[in-house]
Ligand binder design. Sequence first.
Ligand code: PLP
Length: 371
Amino acid sequence: MTVPFIPPRRILMGPGPSDVPQRVLDAMARPTIGHLDPAFVDLMEEIKAMLRMAFQTQNALTFPVSAPGSAGMEMCFVNLVEPGDKVIVCRNGVFGGRMLENVKRTGGVPVVVDDAWGQPVDPQKVRDAFKSNPDARVLAFVHAETSTGAQSDAATLAGIAQAHGALTIMDCVTSLAGTPVRLDAWGIDAAYSGSQKCLSCTPGLAPVSFSEKAIAKIQSRKTPVQSWFLDLNLVLGYWQSAGKRTYHHTAPINPMYGLHEALVMLEEEGLENAWARHRAMHEALRAGLENLGLKYVVDEAARLPQLNSVFVPAGVDEAAVRTRLLNEFNLEIGAGLGDMAGKIWRIGLMGYSARQSNVDFCLQALHTCLR
Ligand SMILES: *Cc1c(COP(=O)(O)O)cnc(C)c1O
């Protein structure tokens, strides 16, 4: 007979998921109620309000999609890009490449702005792309490229899009709650994130937010959104103001309890304090990694505190080290993706994982493996 699954106890210092606090796990174990129960509707309203705090926005249309970050990405593209729309897509890592894939599949006409992996998006290249493509409707970029650990200058990029009358789609899956994200101050029209990175909830929910300009574009579409599940015109009826709620899909009730608890914890700590903690833990980890002789992939100015990419030293078997960390230390760190597979490690300090005991433990374990 198959026996119940008991997971090993790991310390999660990869590119996500991050360590989930016991409080969040306990919240998820509370009794399931109906998705149209007035008590659940109240919970949804509180989640929306706390997500506005996390995103630093007044956008009414701010809510968690009932699916992982990738579905948040897809929701932005299928709603804001119509066949024939020209979209400038910035690609400086894996996730920019996925944005490009989304543009192609929606029938959009992509204009790709490439930067080397490990570099932030170069704003001058984006200005040039708009100059050659004044009819571009949308600019899409990844704020925090988790595949490399580079952060791009979102305020400047969004400003360029505004100057050309284009909407901005921003991936902030890894940045939200880890480094400053300010949708309204920057003028971002559509943003998506994930529950399992710096929010330290379990995977499977994608906080998203849309500006009034984005909603106007969606409501004036000439063609229906090809995805039924992700069509915001339909989802709106479910997430819109309490009282008028109608059935769209059954929300994942217990994961919503978890997200609510994670956001309550973020409120208790204070958003700016959370940003400062990620920065402080990054400084501590960086000092230790450099002591071990490890070199960062990304220049200091564009380095993400919550995702530390370092080159694997010559002569070291990168996969063997990760296997040993997992088996002997119950510690997960990330491997390189794509072009960087086999060449780098990605050490995450996301959410609850960004704490001193994790930094110390990781440095000790790496020291043992590299000795
Ligand atoms: C993790 C991640 C995603 C995808 O999120 P999933 O929850 O794995 O679907 C998208 N973009 C970035 C930058 C990420 O780090």
